[in-house]
Design a protein around this ligand. Structure first.
Ligand code: PHB
Length: 391
């Protein structure tokens, strides 16, 4: 669709919303969720879809007098698809909300959300800049910076001085590496080398060999959801789990979706993450049990972005009395705080970005399976790159 046709279609939707719509259009609100259900990030897409469905199964399909309908679309991890699907969801399906997934897709959807004024919940992306791309973007996932700065400081405090970074070669990897290095160097450490691993079908072996040859005391690793299992296997095949080199990272390397398959390989690994299925709150225990029952998988850090994204939409609708006007909805979302399975969280009213606890976790075996067990808590952590830019 060209730009003119798109604007005309958006005007038609606005006119419908203002008056002449039929009863069905008045009473049903659609949420269009664009996720990577195939392609390199397919695991993340599955987790969001499962968690959003679980939220609705638990909280009902009616809120503020409106019936909620979820529509899922597969962008195949390709940003151009995400943009086209977002347009179609707005123009053809008349969605009132969008859900956005991985960073490249969320970036490409942003101008569409802005132009059509559709409140959009960012449910996977962990790259700081994404929420700056549209005034109608609000994030319920995480930022890599939130976790990478804290693990750098923790590593320095615990004696690390020479690190090698192994990063998945796309925006979130670059950001994890950047914030890690900033804090690690500030603390007196040195990053000997930064190795970038292709995102699709990664073979970590040559990178791990190179990293080992540099004799670091610490390996800082970011791999995205869906790759922790492969990474752990290749890490063990090189004997790196027995090398004495400390493996650290943001939470992604101990993804709960993969941890049960990693045996003893990741035992003792310390990460800074915002979600562990082992988080000991009653709310999380109930969430993990319900997710396991519904999907056969252990709930992970991606899933809570979808679950909390649905919560944010439901609560915003309660506040606006069912109105979906973008400015009213975003106004309702700003500053909202609640208890998530991850712990307490809120939406920063200034940046529309997520504020949440970041936990230091150590992988331990409980009942025969590895879990990321929380050993320290940093409360109400904001995205450090946004905070630095505001100074
Ligand atoms: C992202 O899209 O920014 C992203 C995806 C998966 C991750 C982390 C970041 O594990």
């Amino acid at each position: 669709m060209d730009r003119k046709a798109f604007i005309a279609a958006c005007c038609a939707i606005a006119a419908t919303a203002l008056g002449g719509g039929g009863a069905g259009a008045q009473d049903t609100l659609k949420i269009g969720i664009v996720m990577p259900m195939t392609g390199p990030n397919a695991a993340g897409g599955r987790e969001i879809v499962d968690a959003a469905k679980l939220y609705m199964a638990q909280h009902g399909d009616t809120v503020a007098g409106k019936k909620i309908e979820l529509i899922f679309r597969d962008d195949a991890s390709i940003p151009d698809n995400a943009k086209r699907l977002a347009q179609e969801l707005i123009v053809n399906d008349h969605v009132s909300f969008l859900g956005a997934g991985i960073t490249p897709s969320a970036m490409s959807m942003a101008p569409i959300a802005t132009e059509a004024k559709v409140p959009t919940v960012v449910m996977i992306s962990g790259t700081s800049v994404v929420t700056d791309r549209s005034p109608y973007y609000v994030r319920t996932s995480f930022t890599l910076g939130q976790q990478s700065g804290i693990i750098a400081n923790w590593a320095i405090k615990n004696g690390s001085r020479k690190a090698v970074s192994v990063l998945s070669d796309w925006a979130p990897g670059a950001e994890a590496g950047k914030v890690f290095e900033m804090n690690f160097v500030k603390g007196g450490g040195q990053v000997l080398e930064t190795l970038k691993v292709p995102l699709a079908n990664p073979d970590f072996a040559p990178f791990l060999q190179r990293a080992a040859d540099l004799h670091p005391d610490t390996l800082f690793v970011f791999v995205p959801a869906g790759q922790a299992g492969t990474f752990a296997r290749q890490f063990a095949e090189r004997g790196l789990d027995k090398s004495g080199i400390k493996l650290i990272g943001p939470g992604d390397i101990v993804d709960d979706d993969d941890l049960p398959t990693t045996g003893d390989t990741l035992l003792g690994v310390v990460t800074a993450g915002f979600y562990s299925a082992a988080h000991p709150s009653p709310l999380n225990k109930a969430y993990v049990a319900a997710y396991q029952k519904a999907t056969g998988h252990r709930a992970n850090f991606i899933s809570v972005g979808g679950y909390d994204g649905m919560h944010l939409i439901y609560e915003a609708l309660k506040k606006t009395g069912g109105k979906t006007d973008a400015d009213a909805v975003i106004g309702a979302m700003k500053g909202m705080s609640w208890e998530s399975p991850r712990g307490p969280m809120s939406i920063d009213p200034r940046t529309r970005d997520i504020v949440q606890n970041v936990y230091i976790r150590k992988v331990e075996k409980k009942d025969g399976q590895p879990w990321a067990v929380e050993i320290a808590t940093f409360e109400a952590v904001k995205d450090p790159l946004k905070e630095a830019a505001a100074k």
